[in-house]
Write a protein that binds this ligand. Structure first.
Ligand code: DC
Length: 220
């Protein structure tokens, strides 16, 4: 590694392992980790709590104007309160794609994300990091896995979080729907940047993926 700033962009669909892998890489290489999905989730949580229709763009933008989202010690805060757990709830899973496809919401989020990544060594994960947020990142990865494997992981995660009344088939169909919305939306759809390296995690351990990424960043 030389002395230039390290900027790593990680994109991919829901449940591919992006955040687990990015967190570990961040810890090992001492990078700032920014989970952009968590930011869209935090806003979605606030919209749902306020009972606002996820299609009401005017109201959503009003709420966004008065919302403060920040990270501290790898925790996410919504208006000063830690919301790590709440933003992973199934109800947020179900509505986050709808909120995050709104162009005005994305503009503000991208601004915030670029500011967060200024002047620091960073690994940022999401859907449009290599393509839109940090197109000049010096390392780009596209992490993916089969939709069935991703649904299995999300189902297990939800059960471990104590969610009731969920089934694997429902989680699979929700993930397919989220993939559809995320990759067909007009603005900044989920798409591999042409210069990103694809890592398929379906049959790989987390450690294998982490080592591969670190090897590339360290130029091994
Ligand atoms: O990575 P995740 O599952 O926590 O992301 C939640 C949702 O947020 C995802 O369905 C789409 C949206 N998202 C986005 O549109 N752009 C990003 N950079 C990150 C997430």
């Amino acid at each position: 590694m030389n002395n230039k700033r390290i900027v790593v962009a990680v994109d991919g669909p829901a449940g591919a392992g992006k955040s687990t892998i990015s967190k570990r890489v961040a810890k090992i290489l001492n990078l700032e980790y920014i989970d952009t999905g968590a930011m869209y989730r935090a806003l979605t949580l606030k919209i749902l709590r306020k009972g606002i229709n996820p299609k009401d763009v005017t109201k959503i933008m009003e709420v966004m104007e008065e919302t403060i989202i920040f990270f501290k010690n790898n925790h996410i805060y919504l208006d000063g309160t830690k919301v790590d757990e709440e933003i992973r709830k199934n109800i947020v899973n179900k509505h986050v794609s709808e909120i995050s496809k709104i162009g005005k919401v994305r503009e503000k989020m991208v601004d915030m994300q670029r500011k967060l990544s200024e002047s620091t060594n960073v690994i940022m994960d999401g859907r449009d990091i290599g393509t839109v947020v940090l197109p000049h990142a010096n390392y780009k990865f596209f992490i993916t896995a089969s939709v069935e494997e991703r649904a299995r992981r999300r189902y297990k995660e939800l059960l471990e979080r104590g969610e009731k009344n969920i089934s694997y088939d429902q989680v699979l169909s929700d993930i397919k729907e989220r993939d559809r919305i995320d990759s067909t939306r007009q603005i900044a759809p989920l798409k591999k940047s042409p210069d990103a390296l694809v890592i398929d995690t379906t049959n790989k351990t987390i450690d294998e993926c982490v080592n591969q990424i670190i090897g590339i960043i360290e130029g091994r």
